[in-house]
Design a protein. Structure first.
Length: 118
């Protein structure tokens, strides 16, 4: 039986929670986010069963915290939704203008005759 503090390579750590379908790159990303403790011995990167369980606990807690985000209205009285709507309207106007083409800035093209005047 594996001890909770026994070093295991990240490849093996992925197998601790098979239904999660973890990859080594996922564990490294969690390490970079500060949610998984890892360490190197030689060229390999290791973690422990306890650290993996802590990762799951942290992810669960952060998931619950992200369910609802409240934003205080600004002093000017404009809400975040109004700013988002305004930005979306501006973007929509830009996209529509680009779809219809830009105004012509030069006269219509004239046929070329090889650069020679007749």
């Amino acid at each position: 039986m594996m001890r909770d503090d026994e070093p295991i390579p990240l490849v093996e750590a992925c197998k601790l929670f098979p239904r999660a379908k973890l990859t080594v790159s996922t564990l490294r990303a969690e390490r970079d986010r500060g949610r998984l403790t890892t360490f190197k011995m030689g060229r390999r990167e290791y973690t422990t069963k306890r650290d993996m369980e802590e990762l799951v606990r942290r992810c669960r807690e952060e998931g619950y915290r992200r369910d609802c985000i409240l934003m205080a209205p600004e002093a000017s009285g404009s809400s975040e939704m109004e700013r988002v709507s305004s930005a979306q309207a501006a973007l929509s106007k830009t996209v529509t203008a680009l779809k219809h083409g830009l105004p012509r800035i030069s006269a219509k093209s004239t046929p070329h005759n090889g650069g020679h005047r007749l």
